[in-house]
Design a protein around this ligand. Structure first.
Ligand SMILES: [Zn+2]
Length: 119
């Protein structure tokens, strides 16, 4: 059964907000080092898809970069209508889990397995 459109839309919004947050954090660091530039969040979104992306991504930490990537992947999946599926077992990721973690790639069971393997 496909995910409810309203829920999907809500999760998408969350992802967009998160993405903006991450990119604006980047922007601040960037602006500080440049001491100039126009302001406005609109800018960031535009620049993020341009050739500046690489430079931007270099100016943020690994954790943010990872997160940004996950958010982008999740947004891609929404576009491809594959959102909400576990990447490992293909099962649906729970609604509660997605609301807490809209960019989750694995269902809880697989996530736990992955973490066990890592430790
Ligand atoms: Zn799974």
């Amino acid at each position: 059964m496909p995910m409810k459109a309203a829920l999907l839309e809500r999760l998408k919004q969350k992802l967009m907000v998160k993405r903006r947050e991450l990119l604006s954090g980047v922007r601040e660091q960037h602006a500080n080092s440049l001491e100039s530039g126009s302001d406005g969040i609109q800018d960031i979104a535009d620049q993020a898809t341009s050739a500046y992306t690489k430079e931007f991504l270099l100016s943020i930490g690994d954790a943010e970069r990872q997160l940004l990537k996950q958010v982008d992947v999740a947004l891609d999946k929404i576009r491809l209508k594959k959102y909400g599926q576990c990447e490992r077992c293909g099962e649906k990721i729970g609604e509660k889990r997605l609301q807490a973690l809209p960019f989750a790639r694995l269902c809880i069971a697989c996530q736990e397995e992955e973490e066990e393997r890592r430790t």
